[in-house]
Design a protein. Structure first.
Lengths: 324, 146, 344
């Protein structure tokens, strides 16, 4: 991690960049926050470890409006989002100096707490130089351990790969974390009866508190004014008054990013109610792959997205009923 | 559930493109072809105008079935609109299926201005299908039930 | 001091639900939130904090105010019925109980909010001590006793100790509920056990990392200094402008009133609003807070400066730590207080 700080200081000092966008150490071992650093002194608080899950590409939309270049640290999966944002003209490539950072899988403190570990005072073993094997956790109620992989976010288990899609330079080693099939959860739901599917989503979505965290954290959700915030006509929703609105919001949210969603998994990471929101996005990705050929948003900055494209012999919508 | 319930008359919303399907509906009317009055037509400039939100809103406001009609692929007044619409509706219908909405509550049919007969038979079929599926419960908004 | 075996709690829930509505922490799809008891629900009183605070029992996330219906040429207006049945909220923690006290200051002050007042009149709060407080808790900073709800507005205080629940009525309402349940509660609860538990909880509370946070300078006298501080310019930057912090908070009380077109009439409802949202306090002339920095500042200034200034020093934060745990950008009120030098 120190090499990142050193490199950032160099780039600040020689004037290549005007500021650094990275992560600042939190007041607990598991809550670093995305932050800007403007000087070498401020960089003393820089941190990069297993808990730096936030996708900084989202913040580059705002950073692109600032004077001068911003040095940004992007994990492999964040680079897909950055590419996609270039394609949509939402970030300025010229305003970014990208250091691709290695990733050994990102952690969720929720997963640690789910194992009954509470009163966490400190967590060891989440650093980039650690073995990524076991987390040693000191709690108010005694010392505990937790396997690194069990604490990992869902998205890291189905990792798209540790290749950076765009970068000016790459630092730190990565570790392969893929140990599950990306579409397995979607397939499991597809195999259910309509009644079971309905019950499953009803139960999950009933937890939604409409905080909009899933939308606001999403690098693909970059509209200046969201249809769900518009006061001009009655789509604005601040609360789920009925179960219809939960479904409406989540279907439209996922639909609007269909073909643009890179499957970065931020929506599921931030949901305070632990709703598996990635299922919606991944269902669209799976359908796009099946119907229109494999497509990974963010692999390049030029190609046309599946929903802004067509072929003369696309499948008819009736396929949905026919495939059984 | 309500096949037995003979009093159930479904509410159907049909989004029809101005250039082909709306004219097709017109032809069905002037040819005195019969299709149920349960079908409420909403004219749109092109099938591509239909936002997924329109479909969901129709269900919210009380529709039991939603059908979208447009020009045949290749015949779009704006050249390519219906090709985009086709992709969108395929994905939306698949998502509705995924969250457990009964199959068949939504449909897309390409109807040209000359196909009055097709319009009428399509609507008859669709109304029959929705009648057999019964009222829309899984995508309804309780506030609009009155 | 009364007591009931943990294994008998399902019976207790059933007995309460027999005559009243009962709200308690329920597990649903992996998360714990307060909800109404039913035969097939899964109560979870082990989890320390529900995701959402139980404030929506008194102040629901959305509630109908009245319905207008067209009847020929007339319009019929049906005001929503006020709560007229007693109900019990079981297992509220001290911080959440204090949260209700904060809401009282807002909704029971003149002009009284009748919807809220009706719920408060009919609600019976059964508080529960925090068996194992967590690192994100900082209720001590606001003078709240997580070990004992006796001095709060709760009607009954309880402690879950080992295999028994200890039960102590605090108010008339609490006494009445206790006597209704006398068949299930035995009156031989050991006071000493409860004392021991209280001491154990207090010992943990004193060790918590946030317990020594200082609120010095967060008052009306320092309003301008705090409001104009440059700290906000940096602090707000990671904020994503989502409403998580406000919607999990036990004291956030801002709401919006909206109309819904039912096709045959209108429903006027109110729902929680969030100061993080771009259309918060939007008026005909526009918005008086038009940057995220201003909205972000509003949240903390409201909790730590405006509210205590208007309410005899009572802060509208209770230190439950939900925002600390749930913020997607790991921002929170503690980091704000520390940034202003509250880290002793």
């Amino acid at each position: 991690m120190q090499e990142l700080v050193n490199r950032a200081k160099e780039l600040l000092a020689d004037g290549t960049v005007s500021r650094v966008l990275g992560w600042k150490a939190g007041d607990m071992s598991y809550n670093p926050e995305p932050a800007y650093f403007n000087s070498a002194e401020e960089l003393e608080n820089f941190v990069y470890d297993g808990f730096c899950g936030a996708n900084l590409s989202k913040y580059m939309i705002e950073a692109s409006k600032l004077e001068g270049k911003t040095l940004v640290f992007l994990k492999p999966c964040d680079t897909y989002s950055f590419n996609q944002l270039i394609k949509e003209h939402r970030v300025d490539r010229e305003k970014a100096y990208i250091i691709g950072v290695g990733c050994k899988g990102k952690l969720s403190v929720e997963n640690i707490k789910a194992q009954g570990i509470k009163g966490i005072e400190s967590i060891e073993g989440a650093g980039m130089n650690d073995g990524c094997d076991t987390l040693t956790i000191k709690t108010l109620y005694g010392d505990k351990t937790c396997s690194y992989n069990d604490a990992m976010l869902e998205r890291c288990h189905v990792c798209k790969g540790k290749e950076h899609q765009i970068s000016d330079e790459v630092m730190l080693e990565s570790r392969d974390t893929k140990d599950a099939e990306r579409f397995a959860q979607v397939e499991a739901i597809e195999a259910m009866t309509p009644e079971e599917k309905f019950a499953f989503f009803q139960k999950e979505l009933s937890k939604c508190i409409r905080c909009n965290a899933c939308r606001n954290v999403c690098p693909a959700c970059s509209c200046r004014k969201c249809v769900f915030d518009s006061t001009k006509y009655d789509t604005a929703q601040k609360a789920n008054v009925t179960s219809f609105e939960e479904k409406m919001f989540h279907i439209i949210r996922a639909f609007h990013v269909a073909g643009r969603c890179t499957d970065c998994g931020e929506c599921s990471r931030v949901c305070p109610q632990g709703i598996p929101l990635h299922l919606f996005n991944r269902k669209f990705i799976k359908d796009i792959d099946t119907f229109y050929g494999e497509f990974q948003a963010g692999e390049d900055t030029e190609s046309r997205g599946p929903l802004t494209n067509f072929t003369f012999d696309d499948v008819e919508p009736s396929i949905v009923g026919e495939r059984g | 559930m309500s096949i037995e319930n003979e009093t159930f008359r479904p509410k159907i919303v049909a989004f029809c493109c101005n250039w082909c399907s709306y004219a097709g509906a017109d032809l069905a009317g002037s040819s005195r072809l019969v299709y149920p009055a349960d079908v409420k037509i909403i004219r749109v400039p092109c099938s591509c105008r239909v936002n997924p939100m329109f479909i969901l809103r129709a269900f919210e406001k009380g529709a039991d079935g939603v059908i979208m009609c447009g020009c045949h692929p290749g015949d779009c007044h704006y050249s390519t609109g219906n090709y985009y619409a086709r992709r969108r509706m395929t994905l939306l219908f698949s998502m509705l299926d995924f969250i457990g909405v009964e199959n068949g509550r939504t449909r897309v049919e390409w109807v040209s201005a000359a196909e009055g007969v097709k319009f009428s038979t399509t609507m008859n079929e669709f109304v029959e299908k929705i009648t057999s599926l019964g009222p829309n419960v899984r995508l309804e908004d309780l506030r609009c039930r009155n | 001091m009364y007591k009931i075996a943990k294994s008998n709690l399902p019976e207790l829930y059933k007995a309460i639900a027999g005559s009243k509505e009962l709200y308690l922490p329920l597990e649903n799809a992996g998360q714990v939130n307060f909800g109404p008891w039913s035969e097939d629900c899964t109560p979870d009183i082990e989890t320390l904090k529900s995701v959402k605070s139980p404030k929506d029992v008194f102040f629901p996330q959305s509630e109908n105010l009245y319905t207008c219906q067209k009847e020929g040429k007339n319009i019929k207006i049906d005001p929503e019925k006020l709560k007229d049945q007693d109900f019990v909220v079981f297992g509220m923690k001290s911080c959440d109980v204090k949260g209700v006290e904060v809401l009282d200051k807002v909704f029971l002050a003149d002009p009284i909010d009748t919807y809220y007042a009706a719920r408060r009149d009919h609600g019976i709060i059964v508080a529960m001590a925090c068996h194992e407080p967590e690192e994100s808790c900082f209720c001590k900073v606001f003078g709240i006793d997580a070990a004992d709800a006796s001095s709060s507005i709760a009607d009954v205080a309880t402690w879950m100790i080992g295999e028994d629940l200890y039960w102590k009525p605090l108010t008339e309402k609490g006494e009445a509920l206790t006597s209704e349940l006398s068949g299930l509660l035995s009156s031989d609860g050991d006071e000493n056990k409860v004392e021991e538990e209280k001491q154990a909880i207090t010992a943990i509370i004193n060790k918590l990392p946030y317990s020594d946070l200082s609120l010095e300078g967060w008052d009306g006298d320092h309003f301008e200094e705090k409001f104009n501080a440059t700290n906000w310019e940096e602090l707000y930057k990671p904020c994503l402008a989502c409403g998580t912090c406000t919607f999990v908070c036990p004291t956030c009380q801002c709401y919006d009133i909206k109309d819904y077109n039912t096709g045959n009439g209108t429903q006027r409802y109110r729902c929680w609003d969030s100061c993080m949202y771009s259309d918060f306090t939007m008026m005909a002339h526009g918005n008086n807070r038009n940057s995220q920095m201003q909205r972000f500042r509003q949240r903390f200034m409201h909790k730590l400066v405006y509210f205590p200034t208007n309410n005899d020093g009572m802060y509208s934060c209770v230190g439950c730590g939900r925002c600390v745990e749930k913020c997607p950008a790991s921002l929170n009120i503690v980091k704000v207080i520390k940034n202003f030098g509250g880290d002793k």
